[in-house]
Design a binder for this molecule. Structure first.
Ligand code: ZN
Length: 274
């Protein structure tokens, strides 16, 4: 495959790329991130049809089927509507600078008796169901596995996008909208994608725990900045960077006060490494 004029072009018979079009899109963007999603849908074709429907008010640059087939709906230099309300470090509204890739997958399954059902009540074969804990949750639930063909297509596309655009990171929808979204879920090999594609073999995440109750999480690295939430003892955060004794962290649990400070600054002395 290659990218020509912001579109994927297949170069071999085994690579199937289908160009589609949708009016669910915006103006020009400069993509800096790749956001991985699952469709939570019935199949790649029905998801493509949905993203072409003006009623959906949603789209993605690509949909990848379970057979590895790739559907492109939006040129990579135009805005697709996949991220919604979202934030990553100091950027909010990721539609404005990211490429959205949707993998055909029904999403979280529910076990009813000995059956595994999607939210739209379709049954999925037990041998393809994986029990795994989402990184924002505490107990395992059921997920339908991605296929090898699908993961391989996704990997090839990411590799090309990294060559063509100034991509800084590959993220999940659940990274940029953590309390609202759970896709692509625990069964997507995000760590392996990031280490193979971004060369971050040593990029192990540093998880810290808050050591006392009512710890303010602030908009900047000192007490003059507003506090927009409080964290309690034992809550987990992911360390991103530090400045003058303050740590910029990613909050891994929803604060009990109902606020949603996904990111913020916490005094370094109130955190201990797990
Ligand atoms: Zn999503």
């Amino acid at each position: 495959m290659k990218i020509t004029n912001n579109r994927l072009v297949s170069e071999r018979a085994s690579e199937i790329v289908i160009q589609e079009s949708t009016t669910n899109k915006g103006g020009e963007i400069t993509p800096n991130f790749i956001i991985i999603h699952f469709t939570a849908g019935r199949g790649a074709e029905s998801s493509v049809a949905w993203f072409k429907d003006p009623m959906a008010k949603a789209s993605a640059h690509l949909v990848i089927g379970r057979d590895g087939k790739i559907y492109q709906l939006v040129d990579f230099n135009l805005k697709a509507w996949h991220a919604g309300v979202s934030r990553w470090t100091d950027t909010s509204g990721l539609n404005g600078n990211s490429i959205g890739i949707e993998l055909d997958n029904p999403g979280r399954l529910t076990k009813v008796g000995d059956k595994y059902l999607s939210w739209f009540k379709k049954e999925y074969p037990k041998e393809n169901v994986i029990e795994a804990t989402h990184k924002h949750e505490k107990t395992p639930t059921y997920w339908y596995e991605y296929t090898e063909a699908q993961i391989e297509s996704c990997f090839e596309v990411c590799k090309l996008l990294l060559q063509k655009y100034n991509i800084q990171d590959i993220l999940g929808h659940d990274d940029i909208a953590p309390y609202r979204k759970n896709d692509p879920g625990p069964i997507f090999p995000m760590e392996s994608f990031r280490s193979k594609l971004l060369g971050r073999e040593d990029d192990t995440t540093d998880i810290y725990q808050v050591t006392t109750d009512n710890v303010n999480i602030r908009r900047g690295p000192n007490t003059e900045f507003d506090s927009y939430g409080q964290l309690n003892k034992g809550m987990k955060v992911e360390f991103i960077k530090s400045e003058n004794g303050w740590s910029f962290v990613y909050v891994l649990e929803q604060p009990s006060n109902g606020l949603e400070p996904t990111y913020g600054w916490v005094k370094g002395t109130l955190l201990s490494k797990i």
